[in-house]
Design a protein around this ligand. Structure first.
Ligand code: M6R
Length: 616
């Protein structure tokens, strides 16, 4: 949600900013802009040139070509995902009041009262954004000589979340930044420096970076980088080195990131397994998640959003089945406000690809404040959730750029299965030999996923049957229900087809009234212990005219006339039914992907969506 980039160094700033913004496109945006200190303006009162527009970066590039690119070596850029005020040229960032120019990610919750205060002081506003207020407040507190003090005074007044990139007109070739609740990192190159919402924005130039913590301020000029706390005291920061390489953050010949990321799944599952399996069994003692701790847990909560929450539903079925511990799966935006009954006997698992999702961060803080043990399952190293939780398991999906989460979900469920096995063993519910057998089965998943990818034509065919439909349903029971939820979300977010997922047995309690002639019902039917029940539900919708698309194991036979299209996964006894979601979800991802492409949609950047939801 919104992308920030800033640069100071020897390169053409506008080019670096545009390149960085392109790398942040995945975050979702509807307008963009840059502000650059003109190179001949290196004395106080210098010129800052701003170019901004509604629309995608192509519109920015066209505008820069038409109006002339600002020439300089220091500036800030932004992609905006509209919250306050429609996407328009005027609401796009950067915002300026003449002396101060800013880009902002987040939401200023008290902007109305600040606007009133500033209006009384004679400020006027041109946009409908909350962000413009920040530029004016900075100006109000700026005495002409001390930018750091102006920032310190300003942030004292702000409520909500923000990452800010700031230029002061009187301080040419200086970039300032601060943050609270929205991510911001500082890239440290060779005599060149960056600020950014995420690593890919500067990965091409440097892998070294520091993470700005909440309330910290960074001041950057050609001489280097200085960090300060909220009181203006200098702080020393740890330097991290990104373990992603530039290829991982590029399409590498694939038409879309989403397809590339689907194809990467067998490898990232293997890599993730290797990082958590020792001597053939899952071992989390290195992060403090010991058998003793697992034995003492009375309840588990899995708290997350969207796809990560769906991974939690798979975890619930697996942990309850094997470890016999009650598991509640909670949507983070609900959990944080529902005054949950959670305490020191509980383990709260926060699942997140980005590690920066605002509601999940707030849920983590709440769980900690109630004394619960917290475990993060997070893909982005050093992200807020990874750093905030008591314990963290890193999934090794590598950078996930497409908005629709695929490989991150795959490794989330991989880790959560392994955790379920260890949980069950620690509590004496399964023997070590069974834990070993199950772990060996997990290692069979990459091959099974590869097989689904090799047979992608079948998913393409199903996509061709869905391309013109307006509404459809996914149904399933148990693990198949968890998969239905994820398959449905994937499909609707990138195809804009209305899709709903139901526990197969629940449909006749209301929703079956929506079933009409030829409405597709994608039935996930991999769980053999309840197959007969699922088949009954298929028959019910078939009798009302639905077109049944069944996703099942090889060898599954349905009575003649029940199923219209079958997708039989080539999976035998190498995967227990409990683990079959691993390859099955890949088929559902491919169906969503091909349907999106056939509908002429860019699956990497679906409308209205942002990759990291850093505001609530
Ligand atoms: O970064 P997170 O895993 O915390 O993100 C959670 C959701 O926003 C995310 O999974 C979202 O639902 C995806 N777009 C789904 O594909």
């Amino acid at each position: 949600m919104c992308g920030i980039v800033g640069y100071i160094g020897g390169r053409d700033c506008a080019d670096v900013l545009m390149d960085g913004l392109e790398k942040l496109e995945y975050r979702g945006y509807d307008s963009a802009g840059i502000a650059v200190f003109e190179k001949n303006a290196r004395s106080p009162g210098g010129t800052i040139s701003t170019v901004k527009t509604r629309g995608k970066l192509k519109c920015m590039a066209d505008k820069l070509a038409a109006e002339g690119k600002p020439e300089g070596f220091c500036g800030i850029g932004h992609t905006r995902w509209a919250t306050h005020g429609e996407p328009s040229d005027i609401n796009s960032h950067p915002h300026s009041n003449g002396r101060v120019t800013i880009v902002h990610n987040g939401i200023i919750e008290n902007y109305t009262e600040l606007k009133e205060f500033l209006s009384e002081k004679g400020y006027s506003f041109v946009s409908q954004t909350d962000s413009e207020i920040v530029a004016c407040l900075l100006d109000f507190y700026f005495d002409g000589s001390d930018p750091l003090r102006a920032i310190m005074e300003t942030v004292k007044e702000l409520r909500g979340s923000y990452a800010l990139g700031i230029l002061f007109k009187d301080f040419p070739d200086h970039v300032y930044a601060t943050r609270k609740g929205s991510p911001l990192i500082v890239g440290l190159g060779d005599s060149e420096y960056f600020i950014a919402s995420d690593i890919p924005a500067f990965l091409k130039y440097t892998k070294d970076y520091a993470i700005l913590d909440d309330d910290e301020i960074v001041a950057i000029d050609n001489g280097g980088v200085k960090f300060f706390d909220v009181h203006g005291i200098a702080v020393k920061k740890q330097i991290h080195t990104a373990d992603w390489d530039i290829e991982q953050a590029q399409k590498c010949g694939y038409p879309h990131y989403m397809l590339k990321e689907i194809y990467e799944q067998p490898d990232v599952v293997e890599k993730t397994l290797d990082s958590i399996i020792t001597d053939g069994v899952p071992d989390f003692s290195g992060i403090g998640l010991t058998d003793e701790l697992l034995r003492g847990v009375k309840r588990v909560f899995v708290v997350a959003c969207g796809t990560a929450m769906h991974a939690g539903i798979v975890a619930r079925y697996a942990v309850e089945k094997l470890a016999r511990v009650p598991v509640a799966v909670e949507i983070a935006s609900e959990f944080r406000y529902m005054d949950p009954i959670v305490g020191e006997d509980d383990l709260v698992i926060l699942v997140s690809q980005s590690g920066e999702t605002a509601d999940t961060i707030a849920s983590l803080e709440l769980a900690k404040s109630r004394g619960a043990k917290t475990l993060a399952v997070v893909n982005v190293k050093y992200s807020a959730i990874a750093r905030g939780a008591d314990m963290c398991i890193h999934t090794l999906a590598g950078p996930e750029i497409a908005v629709a989460s695929t490989k991150a979900y795959m490794v989330q469920i991989t880790v959560l299965y392994a955790l379920a096995f260890r949980f069950a063993y620690a509590r004496g519910n399964i023997l070590e030999s069974e834990m070993k057998r199950l772990t060996a089965q997990l290692y069979n998943a990459p091959k099974a996923i590869r097989d689904v990818i090799d047979n992608k034509d079948e998913c393409q065919f199903i996509a061709s049957q869905l391309v013109n439909v307006e509404t459809l349903f996914f149904i399933g029971r148990g693990f198949d229900y968890a998969l239905s939820l994820e398959g449905s979300l994937k499909l609707k977010e990138i195809t804009y087809i209305h899709s709903e997922a139901y526990a197969a047995g629940e449909l006749k309690h209301g929703t079956i009234s929506l079933i009409e002639h030829n409405i597709p019902v994608i039935t996930v039917a991999t769980q053999r212990n309840i197959l007969a029940k699922t088949v009954s539900n298929m028959e019910e919708v078939k009798a009302r005219g639905a077109t049944i698309i069944a996703v099942c194991r090889k060898g599954t036979e349905f009575a003649e006339g029940t199923v219209d299209i079958e997708l039989k996964l080539n999976i035998g006894d190498e995967l227990d039914d409990m683990l079959i979601p691993l390859p099955t979800v890949c088929a559902l991802q491919l169906i969503a992907y091909y349907t999106s492409v056939l509908r002429g949609i860019d699956p990497d950047k679906p409308r209205n969506l942002a990759k990291s939801v850093t505001t609530e």
